[in-house]
Each structure stands twice: as C-alpha cells, then as structure tokens.
Design a protein around this ligand. Structure first.
Ligand SMILES: [Fe+2]
Length: 141
C-alpha cells in the first residue's frame, strides 16, 4: 500500500485504489503554485475547477465502488451510496456558494478530510470486513 493511505486499507482493492487516487489528486491540486484551470478571464468563483476535478474523480470512483457492492449483493449498499452522495452534494454546495479551492483551500481540505475519515470508519471498513468474511471478493494481492 502507498504511504499516502497507509493504515487506511479496507481489503477491497477498488476502495483502496480509489482512496489512494483521491489522496494523490488532492496532493497535486493543493500543491503550492498549482493554479486553477480557468476558462478565460478573471475567475468569478462560480464552479471552482479544482472542486470540479475532485467531484469528477470521486464520482467515477464511487460509481466503481458501488458496482462492486451491487455485484456482491452487499446489504448496506444503499447507506454506503448515500454517504458517497453526501460528499458530492457538499462539494457542489461549495461551488454554488462560490467557494474557491485556492482562496479557501483550508476549509475545502478540512471538509474532505473529515468526510474521508468518517466514511472510512462508517462505510468502507465495514464493507471490507463484510467482503473478506463472506469471501465475495478476490483477496488483495
Ligand atoms: Fe465508500
């Protein structure tokens, strides 16, 4: 496992890879001197492109995880899916409120970190334990 997510493994390959990818993306997006991809002219702080990149990545990632849960007939899949949606809703709300991931990077990062910690404990680890116990997914190599 990558040092990015060491100690956060769930035992489900798709989830662990997705979480590692999110941490990698966040490191890149919030690295010093990494600027927004603005369309043209000065930013009006509507639909922050850095937040949009996080929404795009996590949306794809969540869809993959949810397909794994569906295929495995995971009984708590709906709750897990609702919690995924809460991150996307929160990020979209930030965009609607003209939050800028550069100007307000601390609050954006704090929101994602809080959600990620909560999600790992509340959703990803229980799914990992369930999947390993029931042997419904191939073991992580
Ligand atoms: Fe999840």
């Amino acid at each position: 496992m990558s040092p990015l997510t060491e100690g956060q493994e769930t035992g489900v390959r798709e989830i662990d890879a997705g979480n590692e990818g999110l941490q990698y993306l966040l490191q890149r997006l919030f690295a010093p001197l990494v600027e927004c991809r603005r369309v043209a002219g000065p930013c009006d702080f509507r639909a922050c492109t850095k937040i949009q990149a996080i929404i795009r990545y996590t949306g794809r990632n969540f869809a993959g995880q949810e397909a794994v849960m569906t295929d495995a007939d995971y009984p708590n899949g709906n709750d897990h899916q609702r919690h995924h949606a809460s991150l996307l809703d929160g990020l979209k709300q930030m965009q609607a409120e003209c939050v800028c991931a550069e100007r307000d990077s601390a609050s954006v990062r704090a929101f994602i970190a809080r959600w990620t910690t909560d999600h790992l404990q509340r959703c990803d680890r229980p799914f990992g334990r369930w999947a390993v116990t029931r042997r419904v997914l191939p073991p992580v190599a």
